[in-house]
Design a protein around this ligand. Structure first.
Ligand SMILES: *[C@@H]1O[C@H](CO)[C@@H](O)[C@H](O)[C@H]1NC(C)=O
Ligand SMILES: *[C@@H]1O[C@H](CO)[C@@H](O)[C@H](O)[C@H]1NC(C)=O
Ligand SMILES: *[C@@H]1O[C@H](CO)[C@@H](O)[C@H](O)[C@H]1NC(C)=O
Ligand SMILES: *[C@@H]1O[C@H](CO)[C@@H](O)[C@H](O)[C@H]1NC(C)=O
Ligand SMILES: *[C@@H]1O[C@H](CO)[C@@H](O)[C@H](O)[C@H]1NC(C)=O
Length: 549
């Protein structure tokens, strides 16, 4: 066991809710003692004393969690120095996770430290940033600017925004650009600041802030390439020649053109490296596309010797729930997970045209029971439930199931089934669903807080079942560091035959990926062994780990 794993294993034994229960008990004790006078047995008194002693010790650990050093800092992904009160999740999350996750490479850790230094040197509020804004207003790129920038325009659902931002941050790391995010989508209310002593939010007054960037934007990179305004022979290396614009807008939305897709080509990356400001709009996880760019390969190999842990590390590095969201997470955790032997997370994406589907329910049931994620229930064939008490090992801890869905229906049905019938092995299964918002609402604050809390709670489970093609599920299993069982929605007609399958890696799928590589025009899923087509979206691309090649 690695040191990190040991630490995490130790921390897992520390269960806040159980402590909570004991504390409540002890507070009652003095009254009991007074009421019962001398009648309290000696054994009980001893037990109470032990309990009190035990609590004192554990109580201290609530205030000063035992996770120290590497475990608390996720193997060096995070740094000390942040104000702890402003963002409790940053240093506490390790204590709550059942699975300690993967270890980042030392190279990634040092790269993150230099990126943080770059963010401080060039970020908002610095002289370099002011100069860069002046340059942006002038309309031309300098031949060798002091600092270069990548501005992420985030949009669509929260899952999309998270996977897009993580992969765009990877692009910034690879190209030594300062990474800034559009503050318009309440990023600051959902996530703590990831960089110490600076901010990743574009400050008010950004010169292009009033503009809507989309296909018709004249500075769209694909358009400038298509129109010949930009040519890859225009610049070679750093030898400045042509007039390059101060910024380019990278459009990687679903209706991108073939010229927009040139972004994933080596020649275009050489050209782009000479443009000081890049604005990027994507709702996708573009990382697999970056692994196709030859110029990035060596660096990517060093950063991520485990190719399937890219989102896992960058997601844990960047996305720390704010205190409001952390409150939602920890309160649910303490009430529902802390006492459980095992936590199974099930994410059911609800389609408007099939919101309460008996077929999907059947699929969930077949998947969880066939794959032995949940025990079978007895007597299902009978009309009336058989009332048969199977001996449950007394004192055995139950299994907690977390269901996330816009509808309460799936939860209620599953819960009813496990209440009305005993499980075949006597295991007690307890269901919970934190919220059911009925419809997906973009940009509604409370809805997004809950959505983020639920993704995070799923990522704390021991086992995950997700819905294919769902970015919500991608975030959960990526942060968790595990390959989920995926409910394949295309297979609905053969639900019982093939209800779900194990995903080939924990990485998100890049949905709107380039189909061909730039040079040989070959299938982009067959260029390098670690970039493959996704199971849930066959035209998409996904990073897979070495042992799955
Ligand atoms: C961050 O700012 C604090 C307070 O100004 C300072 O003490 C600390 O050294 C800074 N840390 C880094 C890494 O810049
Ligand atoms: C910010 O978001 C609102 C609502 O989604 C939108 O109307 C507005 O145009 C956005 N502003 C910018 C600068 O993107
Ligand atoms: C620019 O460099 C690339 C690669 O080094 C080369 O293939 C290309 O011919 C060069 N173009 C010009 C105009 O020098
Ligand atoms: C791209 O998508 C937008 C928004 O849905 C739509 O208005 C536009 O017509 C689309 N353009 C193309 C070329 O498909
Ligand atoms: C399932 O099969 C039935 C009958 O073969 C067909 O009518 C229906 O469209 C199929 N549904 C899906 C989702 O493929």
């Amino acid at each position: 066991m690695t040191k990190t794993a040991r630490l995490a294993a130790r921390c897992n034994r520390w269960t806040p809710a159980i402590n909570g229960v004991l504390v409540a008990f002890v507070l009652v004790v003095p009254t009991t003692v007074i009421l019962l006078g001398g009648r309290i047995g000696e054994k009980q008194a001893v037990w109470i004393k032990t309990a009190v002693a035990g609590i004192r010790r554990d109580d201290a650990s609530i205030l000063h969690p035992k996770t120290t050093g590497n475990g608390r800092l996720l193997g060096g992904l995070l740094v000390e120095g942040f104000d702890q009160k402003s963002c409790h999740s940053r240093y506490q999350s390790a204590v709550y996770r059942r699975n300690p996750g993967r270890k980042p490479s030392q190279y990634l850790v040092s790269k993150l430290r230099s990126q943080e230094a770059l963010q401080r040197r060039c970020g908002p509020g610095t002289a370099a940033y002011t100069n860069a804004l002046e340059q942006l207003k002038s309309g031309k790129s300098l031949a060798s600017p002091e600092c270069r920038y990548l501005v992420s325009i985030s949009y669509r659902g929260l899952g999309n925004r998270i996977i897009a931002a993580a992969s765009e941050f990877l692009y910034a790391l690879l190209t030594d650009r300062v990474f800034l995010v559009d503050p318009n989508t309440s990023m600051d209310e959902l996530f703590c600041e990831p960089f110490l002593n600076t901010s990743w939010l574009v400050p008010p007054g950004f010169p292009l802030g009033y503009r809507a960037f989309y296909l018709s934007t004249p500075e769209r990179y694909g358009k400038m390439r298509e129109d010949g305004v930009l040519r890859t022979d225009q610049m070679n290396g750093s030898a400045a020649s042509g007039d390059l614009p101060a910024f380019a807008y990278i459009h990687l939305d679903y209706n991108q053109t073939d010229h927009d897709k040139l972004f994933f080509c080596d020649d275009d990356q050489r050209l782009l490296s000479n443009i000081q400001w890049l604005l990027i709009r994507s709702d996708s996880y573009i990382a697999p596309g970056l692994f196709l760019v030859e110029a990035f390969r060596e660096e990517l190999d060093m950063l991520f010797p485990e190719r399937d842990a890219v989102f896992h590390h960058l997601g844990r590095y960047l996305f720390h729930p704010t205190n409001d969201v952390w409150g939602l997470i920890t309160r649910y955790h303490d009430a529902h997970f802390a006492w459980a032997q095992r936590v199974v997370g099930i994410q059911v994406r609800v389609f408007p045209w099939r919101s309460e589907s008996p077929e999907i329910l059947k699929q969930i049931k077949a998947c969880t029971q066939n794959e032995r994620l949940l025990p079978a229930v007895l007597g299902e064939e009978e009309e009336e439930p058989v009332v048969k008490t199977t001996a449950s090992p007394s004192g055995a801890k139950p299994t907690a199931v977390l269901i996330t869905s816009l509808k309460a229906w799936y939860h209620d049905k599953m819960k009813g089934m496990y209440w009305e019938r005993a499980t075949a092995n006597g295991e007690v299964v307890v269901f919970g669903q934190p919220s059911h918002e009925e419809i997906q609402r973009y940009g509604v604050k409370s809805h997004e807080h809950k959505a983020w809390a639920e993704m995070y709670l799923l990522s704390m489970a021991d086992t995950l079942v997700t819905t294919g093609e769902s970015t919500f599920g991608y975030v959960a299993h990526g942060l968790a560091g595990m390959r989920p069982w995926v409910l394949d929605m295309g297979m609905i007609n053969s639900t019982v035959g093939w209800p779900c399958s194990r995903d080939m890696s924990m990485e998100p799928c890049f949905h709107i990926a380039p189909t061909k590589d730039c040079k040989r025009r070959e299938d982009a899923g067959k260029i390098v062994p670690h970039v493959r087509h996704c199971k849930d979206r066959p035209t998409g691309l996904k990073l897979v780990g070495q042992k799955d090649w």
